[in-house]
Design a binder for this molecule. Structure first.
Ligand code: FE2
Length: 438
């Protein structure tokens, strides 16, 4: 049997024409508690979520926790080096076991009555175990395990015991992402901001690039942001990607000189921006050739897996239900609005930025300037107190006002451009989950 190429398999994974039903995107989806609970029951508890990075769990006994709504999940590296996930709750009386985001332990011990579990979740010691009329809980009442897998240097969990494997759930996206060698990248920026809007306000924003020219004018100096030059691919499994040309100024560079930050990108690869005065449209291909020539010696082994376009362009994925991965050749970012524990009109917006360290680099260029090339600590704050990255700040500048507008009696549905088809499609997939069609 001949193996189909990735390009062929990508084509096969696309939705068919006329894929939209036209389900209305009504305002209540963004503020009703009833809809929020439907999402919890049918969506969040059935899909794969990223809980952290594999790099956070280097040795047996390393533990991380992740929260999704009011649920807390423990992920732990076992003595057998496998990573397991458990609900963060003692089986004795329901106390939360691990109270911090990251720790290292020999055993998992509840601080209430000292029940002691092994790293694989089995109860090893219960005080006064002879005093239980129903028999000793030891070896019987173990931590409740849930599905846990790794992909791309990330630890993922799923609360649905019957869910497809992570690999099957990502489908074609996993095959495409593998080329980037994400597991060799370091999370140098690790931010979470509480924002006063429903999680879908932010996810909708990442499902279209129609807003880029109005909200992110600065990106036009190095990204070709016109929709007719951008490819949109929507996959049947609910995920999608958008291919945007980088190192190519919008309109092919109206200014004669190559502008910032493209000039700095060129210098980093031993190209002189002055040589391209009046020819900014040629920079993209020149940079691709230069990266191809110098990349391997600089330690970028992933370049061998990437096509020429991927060396300069941004492949922006939206992964159902709530993640965006923006992939570049040497870095990627995760943008993720998590649902708030109780309030449908708030969310917790994660911005993680990963960089591939080249030989000997101690600094990484991030959306917030140069940061140390090392795993960052988690910084959690309220939107507006600090920057979440300048592009994300621009996106969020409309999110709160939109949340208010969605309440209006004057709003009944979105009126979408073709280039925003992913927005309606996404809501239709949510409806499919809620109605039990997926
Ligand atoms: Fe944006």
């Amino acid at each position: 049997m001949t193996q189909l190429s990735l390009v062929e398999r990508t084509k096969q994974a696309l939705v068919d024409e006329n894929f939209l039903r036209g389900d209305p995107i009504t305002g209540d989806r963004y503020y009703s508690k009833e809809f929020m609970e439907k999402e919890w029951e049918h969506l969040w508890t059935r899909t794969w979520h990223v809980g952290g990075t594999v790099a956070q769990l280097p040795e047996p006994g390393c533990v991380i926790t992740a929260e999704i709504r009011s649920e807390s999940i423990i992920m732990v590296r076992g003595d057998d080096m496998s990573i397991r996930a458990f609900y963060n709750v003692c089986q004795h009386r329901g106390n939360r076991m691990v109270q911090c985001e990251e720790t290292k332990v020999k055993r998992l011990v509840c601080n209430y009555h000292s029940w002691c579990y092994g790293l694989s979740g089995d109860l090893l010691i219960a005080k006064d175990s002879e005093d239980f009329p129903q028999g000793s809980p030891v070896g019987k009442v173990n931590l409740k395990e849930l599905r846990c897998e790794t992909f791309g240097g990330l630890v993922w969990f799923n609360m649905d015991p019957n869910a497809k494997s992570l690999r099957d759930s990502l489908g074609i996206v996993a095959d495409q992402l593998e080329a980037y060698e994400m597991d060799k990248m370091v999370r140098v920026m690790y931010l979470t901001g509480e924002v006063e809007c429903n999680w879908k306000v932010i996810q909708d924003n990442f499902n279209e690039a129609y807003h880029v020219q109005s909200l992110h004018k600065e990106l036009g100096t190095f990204i070709d942001d016109h929709y007719q030059n951008t490819a949109f691919e929507i996959f049947r499994n609910g995920h999608s990607r958008m291919l945007m040309k980088g190192a190519l100024p919008a309109g092919n560079g109206k200014s004669k000189k190559v502008q910032a930050p493209l000039d700095a990108m060129m210098r980093a690869w031993e190209l002189n921006p002055d040589d391209f005065e009046g020819r900014a449209g040629e920079v993209r291909v020149a940079l691709q050739q230069q990266k191809r020539k110098l990349g391997e010696a600089r330690g970028y082994s992933q370049y061998a897996n990437l096509n020429d376009d991927q060396l300069t362009d941004y492949y922006h994925y939206t992964l159902f239900p709530n993640m965006s991965f923006t992939m570049a050749a040497d870095s990627y970012q995760i943008l993720r609005p998590m649902p708030h524990p109780t309030d449908p009109e708030k969310c917790l917006f994660d911005h993680w930025y990963f960089v591939r360290p080249a030989h000997g680099e101690t600094k990484a260029a991030t959306p917030l300037g140069e940061w140390p090339m090392e795993a960052a600590k988690h910084d959690v704050f309220k939107h507006g107190e600090k920057s979440l990255g300048w592009v994300a700040d621009q996106d969020l500048s409309v999110a709160v006002a939109q949340q208010k507008g969605l309440h209006s009696r004057g709003y009944s549905d979105s009126y979408l451009a073709n280039q925003e088809s992913r927005v309606r499609r996404y809501h239709e997939v949510i409806n499919d989950y809620i109605a039990g069609r997926i």
